[in-house]
Design a protein. Sequence first.
Length: 356
Amino acid sequence: MTLQLHDLSLRGFASDNYAGVHPEILDAIAAANLGHQISYGEDVYTERLHEVFAEHFGDGVQVFPVFNGTGANVIGLQSMVPRWGAVICAKTAHINTDEAGAPEKVGGLKLLPIETPDGKLTPELIDREAWGWGDEHRAQPLVVSITQTTELGTAYTVDEVRAIAEHVHARGMKLHMDGARISNAAATLGVPLRAFTADAGVDVLSFGGTKNGMLFGEAVVVLNPAASEGLLYLRKLNMQLGSKMRFISAQLIALLSDDLYLRSAAHANAMATRLREALEKGVADGSIRGVGFSQATESNGVFATLPAGVADRLREQFRFYDWDAARNEVRWMCSFDTTEQDIDDFVAALVRELAA
C-alpha cells in the first residue's frame, strides 16, 4: 500500500533538507536491502566506503558513518580536544547556533565564537580567541572549526583554508571542518574535494550528505590520524553507531560515485544563481523595488532583505525562513530537485507581493 500524505505541488525555499531523496540514492538503498549483512559496520558496503573516501581524500583516511550532522560535529570535535579544550568558531557556525548546545553539553567542550561579517574566519579573527595557553583559568583553545560552505552561503577558497590551517597548526591547534554543504563548495570552487580539505591542511572533516540528496547519514572523516583519537568508542558513546550501517554507507558510496555529489550540488547552486540573477535584473531595470542582498551568493543559498510585511505574505505560497527578522533579512535555499520553473514561479510571486 502506498501512503502519500503530502501535496506534491507544494514547493519551498526554507532548507535543502526539505527535498526528498535523490532517485540514485533510493536505488542504492534498495540494492543494499537485499539479503543479510553483518551489522555495526562489518558489512561489505562500509568496507567499500573506506576505499571510496580514499579515492577522494587520499590514502590513510579513516571514515566513521553516523546518523546526522550534529552527531558528526560532536564526536569529531570530541576526538580532537581533551576535557579542558575549547573550539574557536564563527558566531554564526551551526555548532554555535543550531545544535541546541550539543557540542558543549554532550561533547563537553567550550565554544569560543567570533563575530564575522560573512560567516568566514580568518587568521586575524582567530587570534581574537587564540590566546591564554597555560592559563588554568581559561579553557584552552586547541581546535578551530570552520564551515564549508558557511551558514551565510559563502565559500572558503583553497588558499583561505590553507592559510587558516597553517596559522592554526603553527599555534599548536588543530583544524576541523563542518562540511554539511561540502559538495556545494566543491561545485563552486571547481576543484576536487581533497583540494580544500586534506591537501589544504584540514585535520578532521564532518562530511555532509543529507542536504545533498541522502535520506539520512553523514560521516566523520579523519584526514590526519594524529589529530584525532577514540572515535571508535566515541561514536557508540554518543549514540551514533548504526546497527544497519550498510544503509548509510551505501548512500555515501552512491553520492560519491559517478559525481552524483557534484551534479546535485552544482544544480542547487545554479538554481540559487538563477534566483539571484533574476532579482538583480529586476532591481536594475526598476521592475523590482525594495529587494537588497546581504551576502554573496556562492552556493545554494540567497540571503536578501525585503520591505516589511512582504516575507510573511510570500510565505503563504512558499515556505522559507527569516534569517534576521529585525532587519527583514530572509534566507532562500535551493536543492538538487529545485527546478527552473520553481525559481520563475517564486520570482513572479515575489514581484506580485512587492507590487501589493
